[in-house]
Design a protein around this ligand. Structure first.
Ligand SMILES: [Cu+2]
Length: 443
């Protein structure tokens, strides 16, 4: 891996960047800004090697400009307001108007220059997670560079030495800044467009927050007790569906900058993990899965052939991660008579309801809730309540989508006779075989 040629290559690049000279204030590119929380159309390459651009769930790719043979980007670290789903907005820190920041796309071998302007009230840096770059560009405040003070702009210059999926985040007051939402993804396309091409390419980063119901700011010192489990700082039903054309080869790139692992599960298909933040997985090392665990501080990319039309749930398999706030203090009252409880509670709090003596399905209930929070279990499909939240969305596989059309195609039209159905049966308990005596167990 670390060949002499590689070292010479990076030395040559260091020389090149020194020759390029110190960038002057007048030459700092404009910083694009995003005010929307829905997936923006893919940003097709303008000149240079061709690639199929990614789309970012509820996000966007950062436009760049060419300056000689350098690709120049401009990130602005700043306070933002992010809507997690309709009905809940949170004060976060992010980049260029949103949290997470925009996806940065480039091509293997590109020379990139990334300007970072700090408009936060404290210093920051940007670390390029997983990327093979010179040590002085690694963005670890104090260790590899001075922190970027408020109001200041720093420049990172490096070559995209390998293709793959990476992340960026601060290495400066890291616990606070990541808990406030400072992160984004980097996608480096292979220089050879024939290397493992796909038809659709989705990317998102997972982040978690603890935002108490009725408040607007995450607890930045939280270590374990998070209550908002997000994909690109959105929760169900606010997460974009993944619109896919039947027969497409689909890639999904998932970064995890939360403080726990997430087993990500896709219904109706099997897939293979093809890439991590360490690089491409050789074909001989791939195996079929329907759930893949994305560890903390890691990227997992899977490729799937979308050959099964329908509406397919796509979610984290930890059931409390597919819920929104207010969920985890509720007691299990299954089997408990609620009449006495309701009477007692009603005297103290007339608005309160005792719930859950037969389960917790609450799709048809309306509960009073504080401002700026979301129902624990929510969302409606064509057959009724979906009762999800957090890290849940739907891959919608349809026959008739245009190539670059990522818009929500609406609910699936199930062919007649293909949906689970009710049969006429007596309401009473089903007839059972008479029980046979159990064999005595040998201990
Ligand atoms: Cu999870």
């Amino acid at each position: 891996m670390f060949s002499r040629r590689g070292f010479l290559g990076s030395a040559a690049l260091a020389g090149a960047s020194a020759i390029s000279g110190r960038v002057q204030a007048a030459s700092i590119p404009e910083a694009p800004h995003m005010d929307k929380v829905v997936m923006q159309p893919p940003l097709h390459p303008i000149g240079g090697p061709d690639y199929r651009p990614v789309v970012t769930l509820n996000g966007w790719s950062l436009p760049f400009r060419m300056n000689g043979d350098w690709k120049e980007f401009h990130l602005v670290a700043e306070p933002v307001v992010r809507e997690f789903a309709e009905g809940m907005k949170v004060n976060l820190w992010g980049y260029n108007g949103q949290s997470p920041g925009p996806t940065i796309e480039a091509v293997e071998g590109d020379k990139v220059r990334i300007f970072v302007t700090n408009r936060l009230p404290e210093y920051t840096t940007v670390h390029w997670h997983g990327m093979i770059i010179p040590s002085g560009m690694d963005g670890v405040g104090g260790l590899t560079q001075p922190h970027i003070e408020p109001g200041k702009t720093f420049v990172y210059e490096f070559e995209m030495r390998k293709s793959g999926t990476f992340m960026y985040h601060p290495h400066s007051d890291e616990m606070v800044q990541m808990a406030m939402g400072m992160m984004g993804m980097v996608v480096v396309h292979p220089r050879d467009p024939g290397f493992r091409p796909v038809d659709r390419d989705f990317v998102f980063v997972m982040s978690t927050y603890r935002v108490d119901p009725g408040t607007y700011l995450p607890h930045v010192n939280e270590m374990t007790d998070f209550n908002m489990w997000t994909w690109n700082a959105r929760v169900f039903p606010g997460i974009d569906p993944l619109a896919v054309r039947l027969g497409d080869k689909v890639r999904v790139r998932i970064g995890n900058l939360t403080m726990t692992n997430h087993p990500i599960h896709l219904h109706g298909h099997s897939f293979a993990v093809t890439c991590t933040d360490g690089g491409w997985v050789p074909e001989s090392a791939q195996y079929p899965e329907t759930t893949t665990d994305v560890p903390v501080g890691a990227v997992r990319v899977f490729d799937v052939l979308a050959d099964n039309p329908g509406d397919w749930a796509f979610h984290c398999h930890k059931s409390h991660h597919t819920m929104n706030a207010m969920g985890h203090d509720v007691r299990n009252l299954i089997g408990v008579s609620r009449k006495d409880l309701a009477k007692a509670v009603g005297k103290l709090a007339p608005d309160a309801m005792a719930m859950g003596s037969t389960g917790m399905a609450m799709g048809n209930m309306e509960m009073p809730a504080p401002d700026n929070t979301l129902p624990m279990m929510t969302g409606t499909g064509q057959f009724g309540p979906i009762e999800m939240g957090g890290m849940f969305t739907v891959m919608k596989i349809r026959e008739d989508l245009a190539r670059d059309d990522y818009r929500d195609p609406g609910p699936y039209k199930f062919p007649q006779g293909t949906v689970a159905y009710e049969v006429e049966a007596p309401d009473a308990a089903p007839v059972r075989e008479p029980g046979k005596p159990m064999h005595k167990m040998k201990m």
